[in-house]
Write a protein that binds this ligand. Sequence first.
Ligand code: MOS
Length: 770
Amino acid sequence: MNQAQNNNNQIIGKPIDRVDGYLKVTGGARYSAEIPTQNVVHAVLCQSTIARGRIRSIDTQAAERASGVLAVITHLNAPRLAQPTWRPAGQSLPILQKPEIYYYGQNIGVVVATTLEQAEYAASLVRATYDEQRPVGMMAQRLNEAFLPPMGLSAGSGNPADSRRGDVARGLDGAVSIEQTYTTPIEHHNAMEPHATIAIWEGDNLTVYETTQNVSGVREVLASAFGIRQENVRVVSRFLGGGFGSKGLNWPHTTIAAMAARQVKRPVKLVLERPQMFTSAGHRAPTLQQITLGATPAGKLTAIRHATTSHTSMFDDFVEPSGLMTRMMYSCPNVEVSHRLIRANVGTPTFTRAPGEASGSFALESAIDELAYKLKLDPIELRNRNYAERDEHENHPWSSKSLRETYRLGAERFGWAQRNPVPRSMRDGRYLIGYGVASATYPANYRAASARAVFFADGRALVQTGTHDIGTGTYTIMTQIAAETLGLPVDRVQFDLGDTRLPPSPGAGGSTSAASAGSAVQTAARTLRSRLIEMALRDENSPLYGLGTSAVTVESGRIFARDNPSRGETYVQVLARLGEKMVEVVASAQPGRERAAPGAPATASQRPGTEQDRGTQAKESQGGVYSFHSFGAHFCEVRVDPDLGTVRVARILGCYGVGRVLNLKTATSQMHGGMVWGISMALQEETHMDSRSGHYVNANLGEYHVPVNADIPAIETYFVEENDPYVNPIGAKGIGEIGVVGVAAAIANAVYHATGKRVRSLPITLDKVI
Ligand code: MOS
């Protein structure tokens, strides 16, 4: 940190305004559906009104005759598509190829017309009849049908659905224990910006403006569906109005838009309507989580069992991995985590705002609170007594961990000491007051990425990588990283993202972008800076000629001798003298030996500890293999009306150790967003399905409740200073998701403290509190 303070160029970490803020508030930021497109026509989807069965007939004649209609495509006349070779969840069902119906709102056709209104009207004229069967839903009544997901927690991750260390039965023998079931409902992402596609064909070349968190993934799926090479597909996503996981994978409407554009030989725009966003772009699967905890009377955990059941579609296996954090959160010799799936007539669930940790932390951190009351221990003290000094699941040391400090600082700022531990003991007038706490964690993911950095003779720099800004501030932090590394002011650096023509970065999921794209941007900027310095040092006509690279530094685009700042010249002067218009580099960054291969550690931890394991462990530590996680704590105060059962969050505080904070302002905003999601998850969000029809009955923002300003209290965010030399070159752990983890549990724990009533089923609505 001292080094940073001494650096006059320090830009990383500063709470600068969003570099794209002006564009956003003036309407200059064009989102995918707003890209001006010559000759564009409009597509509207027709969707099934049954959840299970088969299309018997589909009458498109009236639609075809309606004015402005260019095409009506159904499974009867759709071009045959190749099954994508790469099939992320949601893609296994062939698109408009067959009459079988597996969920309510499944696409059965698309109408293309000159105007949106013509397309909407014509789509309303398409009539389907069905052979209908009763859908299967209602997971809780069908637990006997649960199966072990054969692909593990996430296809390709190598993460098994089940893991175990020690012997839970033995750990429970004679222990103080609790055993409870917690449930979370179906939730929908509900980004403000609906999913949208503009598809443009030029010969065999396809350009798609898409609302996506993963331009490369969309390109891969479209190339395989249409049997063309990936180089012939360009996917662009410059601004995103929220994704929250629902724009992380591909959904059928993107392929349908491209199919329609090819057929009508004009650019096609397709935007999902709000109700379609409930059926056609994923959801968080409901969970039923059984947790057993055992502890000594002194509060040392002896056993943890966490069994999650969630649902999936009839054709994909997507697991809500709620048990992930239970594997590594606490020190405990006997741990068993399992995941099971039940098939239902629903669209495929997907990643949703901290997939796994958000739903799992509600169960685990509620259970820890229940155990604390049973042991008559302060819930923070119980957590500290079981502090994991290393990752006992992966069997590696942490690269860094500040959880103890976040408990301490959070408790101090919150005023935890003022809490009377007795439930229903604190009041303000007629309101019952409750304090609650829960832990947060999220993996610090880091994947390979590359970036291009260019310096132009006029003094500007351009830095590019195919990452994404899902509204969180990627444009801003990447500009800061590039500017500081190049030794340039922020306003001389332009940063581009969201295009498959740029050097690739991973999809914006799993809190990965800052670490991955950020490390690539830093590497490219550093390489460019070295190149520019070398050009000066090797040039006989430079005032710096003959100096070694360590003898010079750069500030505001000027290279100078460290021991004689007046001896120097600017990047611009170097290029001008050498007659260069620009200097360009491409560089990449990727994880090294410090990260174990995915899946490998989990296998080791399935065995009980042995002498041999401990030998391996010592060797790994020497080799520098670490476990990478962010940690934090959420504290909240609720006020409960004892007569009405209404719960208001009066204040909420988050305290985190997330490595290097790249921009204090955007980082704080992200944590605020996470805590808002958490309040929403705790008290409001729930999608209801009519079990007779398989239809989501509240598929709109009027009846699917998300918070408004009046629901959100004062939010406080603190970051503990954390220097992590191992996590990745940029030192940032990624903060897209940790802000939501544990918030629902903190609120449930506060509701218990206020009322003496333990609510184990989200959302905590008044009927459950009274
Ligand atoms: Mo995140 S739910 O991986 O977009």
